[in-house]
Design a protein around this ligand. Structure first.
Ligand code: CP
Length: 323
């Protein structure tokens, strides 16, 4: 069964070259205009070129200090924000939530204010609570960049996904399917906001229990039947099953989930021969994605990781300079 989509929420905008970035924070793609998203994507091109040089460093943020506050585990986002800051010549300080004073009962805002008192320019925060980045943006003069907050948004992941697709296909009119655990996915939300603003046609597909009620209001189509929609897609963005956020049985078993929604080579045979496959990682091989798809010719998964550094350079540059 497929639920239909209301009219897309895309407004005509000034071209990106006429847009100036004026935000000290990046909290989500929901609040960005199409022009602001395009500005970040266009800037990413030049920052990607820096990472391809022998000397991967430019003085763009020399003298600035960026704090990475990670209260939730991360491999890619944390290391790529740190690399991005270093490639822009900023100083960095890293705070691990599990070894910070929040473990002794200190509040998030007191921790962040203490870090800010050391003359920090921008705070990058990942937190298990939706809204944590918005809270810090309200109480800090420093810029705040959301590195993933609960089930709300993961804007730099959304940007790097869109950038990776845009390197190969124009986004306007592209058919993109987000597959799996939409309910618990901040990556899905950022993809939906970003892709629909840029004119893509987005479908979300997964078990009914993992699709939020009313998500059509965001301008997406809904399907519970992957085999019915896979042939109509240009891009498959496969989401991780967020076992750590699931309290209760959202599907009968992992095996049954894999049978219904796992992307295998056999299932991919029904897709467009040029279909692009993305996954934000970490991934459960053999559950939402088969190993030979993850490592196969359609996969852009490692390109996503590479592009993550350049996207985060663009975000840190614009938010730091806007302060
Ligand atoms: N995609 C992503 O956010 O990965 P990490 O959890 O490793 O940062």
């Amino acid at each position: 069964m497929t639920r239909t989509r209301p009219a897309p929420v895309v407004a005509p905008e000034r071209p990106a070259d006429k847009i100036r970035w004026s935000r000290k924070d990046l909290l989500g793609l929901q609040e960005l205009s199409r022009g602001e998203i395009e500005l970040l994507l266009d800037s990413t091109d030049s920052f990607k070129e820096v990472s391809a040089r022998d000397v991967k460093k430019v003085p763009a943020l020399q003298g600035k200090t960026i704090a990475n506050l990670f209260f939730e585990s991360s491999t890619r986002t944390r290391s790529s924000f740190e690399l991005a800051a270093k490639r822009l010549s900023a100083d960095t300080v890293n705070l691990d939530g599990s070894t910070s004073s929040t473990e002794k009962g200190e509040s998030l805002t007191d921790s962040a204010r203490a870090i800010e008192a050391m003359q920090i320019d921008t705070v990058v925060v990942r937190h298990q609570a939706s809204g944590a980045a918005n809270l810090l943006a309200r109480v800090l003069d420093a810029g705040v960049v959301n590195a993933g907050d609960g089930v709300h948004e993961h804007p730099t992941q959304g940007l790097l996904d869109i950038y990776t697709i845009r390197e190969r296909r124009p986004i306007e009119g592209l058919r993109v399917c987000l597959i799996g655990d939409i309910l618990h996915s901040r990556v899905a939300r950022s993809n939906i906001w970003g892709l629909t603003k840029l004119g893509a046609s987005v479908t979300v597909c997964g078990p009914p229990t993992l699709i939020p009620a009313g998500i059509e209001e965001l301008g997406v189509a809904v399907s519970y039947d992957l085999d019915a929609v896979i042939g109509d897609q240009d891009v498959l963005n496969i989401l991780r099953i967020q076992f750590e956020r699931q309290h209760g049985g959202y599907f009968p078993s992992i095996h049954e989930y894999a049978v219904e929604y796992g992307i295998t080579v056999e299932r991919l045979a029904a897709a467009d021969p040029d279909v692009l496959v993305l996954h934000p990682m970490p991934m459960h091989r053999g559950v939402e994605i088969a190993a030979d798809v993850a490592d196969g010719p359609h996969s852009l998964i490692l390109d996503q990781v590479t592009n993550g550094v350049a996207v985060r350079m663009a975000v840190l540059f614009h938010t730091c300079v806007a302060r």
